[in-house]
Design a binder for this molecule. Structure first.
Ligand SMILES: Nc1ncnc2c1ncn2[C@@H]1O[C@H](COP(=O)(O)OP(=O)(O)O)[C@@H](O)[C@H]1O
Ligand SMILES: [Mg+2]
Length: 336
């Protein structure tokens, strides 16, 4: 669906060349919700803007639905762009136009008749839940409502792809949730492919199928959200994940404890099984849960427990080995 090959974007500034995107290759499947995370300046927006050629790549290719955007003439490119909608953190609504006109504007640009505009805008307002706001001005809307207008406008020309640049970053958590469920609904109902950039892992955890983590213009980690959350390979990814899951053991608890401390990651159905109680029955150890949490990532449980094990060292070693085999991951944080 979207194929990016060896994409490079450099900016020429007074101070010299700045690298936005550095040799990124990536395939995003049709119907997927693909998240891109990274700190500010990582190159997320540069990459996203190259996907609809708002930004011209310095080198490399961008293909959408088999069409290489770089080969298109001006008019063809304009048409191709209409099939790629985009929404932004700051909405960019025209303050002097009503909600209706803000959305209709995108249709006018595509040469639609008045009648076509009327029926399409009505349909879009219903889709985003703003039918009663059609004649009001943006200043009369809340942030969440403004983003709904942004979404309706982005969908006006029936795009196949929706690019979202920090679309929920200016919204409070509950409004963020409602916008995310709208995006998910659009993804399911319309089969839209969504590429979503964010610095909030909560957003990724809620709706993305796969994510890429960016740093210094490069993708440093990529995978299915569940896999990345349960087995991150990069320190950077871990720090993002911790912002949501907060699995680290508080220092004061670590200091007080005297036994062997292990951290266990449970994935999928294992999180619901009685691994810990089985272990305590099988071996002569006392297990004391110091810290723990089960999170649901796209409906699949991911649990992390930090346990203190007390008993004879050979029993502890066997118990730890048992846990290691029954779960995905066991890390010894502190030895007795
Ligand atoms: N129009 C521009 N001109 C010059 N440098 C830019 C421009 N846009 C982005 N950059 C630089 O490219 C790098 C990546 O920026 P950006 O893509 O905005 O990252 P992110 O969206 O992850 O914050 C940064 O160093 C930024 O300063
Ligand atoms: Mg950005």
């Amino acid at each position: 669906m979207i194929r990016v090959e060896h994409l490079k974007k450099e900016y020429t500034t007074k101070k010299g060349t700045v690298i936005g995107v550095n040799d990124v290759s990536l395939t995003i499947e049709r119907g997927e919700i693909f998240g891109i995370v990274g700190y500010s300046g990582a190159g997320k927006s540069s990459l996203l803007r190259c996907l609809n050629l708002l930004e011209k790549p310095t080198s490399g290719n961008v293909q959408v639905d088999g069409t290489n955007l770089g080969n298109l003439k001006e008019k063809e490119l304009r048409e191709a762009r209409q099939k790629i909608g985009m929404i932004f953190q700051h909405f960019y609504l025209v303050s002097s136009k009503t909600v209706f006109d803000n959305i209709a504007f995108a249709l006018k640009a595509a040469g639609k008749t008045k009648k076509e505009m009327e029926s399409k805008v009505t349909e879009l307002l219903e889709l985003v839940g703003l039918s009663d706001k059609r004649d009001v001005f943006p200043s009369q809307l809340s942030g969440g409502q403004k983003q709904r207008v942004g979404i309706a406008r982005a969908l006006a020309n029936d795009p196949k792809v929706l690019l979202c640049d920090e679309a929920t970053s200016a919204l409070d958590p509950s409004t963020t949730k409602s916008i995310l469920s709208l995006l998910k609904k659009i993804n399911l109902d319309l089969g839209l492919t969504i590429v979503l950039i964010t610095h909030e892992m909560e957003v990724v955890k809620d709706i993305c199928d796969r994510i890429a983590v960016m740093e210094n213009g490069r993708i440093v980690e990529i995978g299915r959200v569940y896999d990345v959350f349960s087995k991150p390979t990069q320190e950077l990814t871990r720090s993002f994940i911790n912002s949501v899951l907060d699995f680290d053991l508080p220092e004061h608890i670590l200091k007080k404890s005297t036994g062997t401390i292990v951290k266990i990651t449970f994935q999928g159905s294992v999180a619901e099984e009685s691994v810990v109680s089985d272990m305590i029955q099988k071996f002569k150890v006392k297990g004391n849960i110091l810290h723990g949490k089960i999170e649901y990532i796209q409906g699949t449980p991911l649990g992390i427990f930090v346990m203190e094990l007390k008993g004879e060292s050979t029993e502890i070693a066997m118990a730890a080995e048992y846990l290691r085999n029954r779960t995905q991951n066991l890390e010894v944080i502190q030895n007795d």
